[in-house]
Design a protein around this ligand. Structure first.
Ligand SMILES: Nc1ncnc2c1ncn2[C@@H]1O[C@H](COP(=O)(O)OP(=O)(O)OP(=O)(O)O)[C@@H](O)[C@H]1O
Ligand SMILES: Cc1ncc(COP(=O)(O)O)c(N)n1
Length: 270
């Protein structure tokens, strides 16, 4: 039997279980990798919005990370909600010192309803510290616009933005998620091979998309932990997330969560 691979998420929490650390761990489990987590911020949020955020002290985030790495070395690492400059600086140092571990940077900036998850004025610091270290960075349209300070209205704009993220910011690969553009669910993948790939999946007409971005980047992380080539990993993540959205859950009073086991249902009916 192939030894199990280990994936680590470094992110904030969602007590309703749909986004953040909780969505990441559910995704790792569904995709058969051993999931581990380092908490950065504890977020009092639900499907309706964010009530308050408690940031953990930097030295305690460092201690969690050290505890994981000295014991169960991760085969891939993702970051989600990294809210403060000091957290970004710590992670840049730590992630920069790990050799050959794929790093998936989900540049989380806000919750689905628009509530901010990052402290003010730290977005450019995210762009300058964590994005350049990324094997792949996974912005949605608003995050991509913010990272390279350009308006994105069309697929051509998405391609231009992808080129700029690679050539100006230094990540190796990028996938820009077009879920919020023109009612499509078309994503653009681009990277050091300088080839564009367009990823399409049927768009589900639902408001229950809480945690889709976390789920997508955690699925990429799972596949990269297994050693799957990067574009294959992104394609699998796209299918996994599309299924999770197609079977999303009408629970809670706001933007309901996705269904992390939907891909398993699809696979068993094939
Ligand atoms: N309603 C939908 N139906 C199918 N796929 C979707 C839908 N909404 C998003 N996706 C896809 O889910 C994945 C994760 O998208 P994510 O929610 O992070 O970003 P987004 O929808 O592009 O942006 P935003 O968070 O601003 O809505 C992407 O592949 C995206 O194309
Ligand atoms: C802790 C945390 N991280 C990320 C998100 C964004 O979630 P989404 O995937 O819906 O953009 C969130 N709401 N909470």
């Amino acid at each position: 039997m192939t030894p199990i691979k280990h994936a680590l998420t470094i992110a904030g929490t969602d007590p309703t279980g749909g986004a953040g650390i909780q969505a990441d761990l559910k995704t790792f489990q569904e995709l058969h990798v051993y999931g581990m987590s380092v908490l950065t911020s504890i977020v009092a949020q639900n499907t309706m919005g964010v009530k308050d955020i408690h940031h953990l002290p930097i030295d305690f985030i460092e201690l969690q990370l050290q505890s994981v790495i000295e014991d169960i070395y991760p085969h891939a690492i993702k970051t989600g909600m990294i809210a403060q400059k000091e957290m970004m600086a710590l992670l840049a140092t730590k992630l920069g010192s790990l050799q050959n571990v794929p790093y998936i940077c989900d540049p989380v900036m806000m919750a689905k309803n628009g509530d901010p998850l990052l402290e003010k004025d730290v977005r450019s610091f995210l762009r300058d510290t964590l994005v350049p270290l990324a094997t792949i960075v996974t912005p949605n349209i608003a995050e991509a616009e913010d990272l390279i300070d350009m308006k994105i209205d069309t697929l051509e704009d998405m391609k231009k933005a992808a080129e700029r993220i690679i050539h100006e910011l230094g990540a190796k690969y990028v996938v820009i998620k077009g879920g919020s553009l023109n009612g499509e669910a078309t994503d653009v993948f681009y990277g050091k091979s300088r080839e564009f790939h367009i990823l399409d999946a049927p768009r589900t007409d639902t408001k229950h998309t809480h945690g889709t971005g976390c789920t997508f980047s955690a699925a990429i992380t799972s596949e990269l932990a297994k050693g799957i080539p990067i574009f294959e990993a992104v394609k699998k993540a796209k299918q996994f997330t599309a299924a999770a959205i197609a079977h999303s859950l009408n629970i809670g009073h706001g933007y309901g969560p996705t269904n992390h086991w939907a891909y398993r249902l699809n696979a068993s009916s094939n």
